[in-house]
Design a protein around this ligand. Structure first.
Ligand code: 5GP
Ligand code: ZN
Length: 110
């Protein structure tokens, strides 16, 4: 999808600070980090919702979270993995993305 922000980040049309890239997904730093470590993992194929991800994409992205946590030094201290889905979750970008957030204690669930 040409107009999708994250599709343009994946192709490099819009610059981003990439942390990891595999055949299935790209991970880059969130432009407005909510914590010292805030990375977005996005499938290379545009998909609207988490349930549209293929089994291979889900496996690759979850394996990637561990690698990213290791790279950014939060594997031992812990981190949060979040899919925002729809309006009440505050989802801003339609291209499905998994947030990896850490580097400081979380301030509760809600
Ligand atoms: P959502 O609220 O949809 O779950 O998360 C979208 C995230 O994308 C937000 O945390 C926001 O800061 C991030 N974001 C929005 N535009 C850009 C951008 O152009 N570059 C990067 N790296 N992150 C972005
Ligand atoms: Zn997209």
């Amino acid at each position: 999808m040409e107009t999708c922000l994250f599709c343009q980040i994946i192709t490099g049309k819009i610059p981003s600070e990439k942390v990891l890239e595999t055949a299935d997904f790209v991970a880059f730093k969130d432009i407005h980090p909510k914590a010292p470590v805030h990375v977005l993992l996005v499938p290379k194929t545009h998909r609207d919702r988490p349930e549209d991800l293929t089994a291979d994409e889900i496996t690759a992205m979850l394996a990637g979270t561990e690698e990213i946590a290791q790279i950014l030094g939060v594997k031992e201290t812990g981190y949060r993995l979040i899919f925002n889905v729809g309006a009440h979750a505050g989802q801003e970008v339609d291209h499905v993305h998994l947030h990896l957030i850490g580097g400081a204690p979380a301030k509760g669930m809600y």
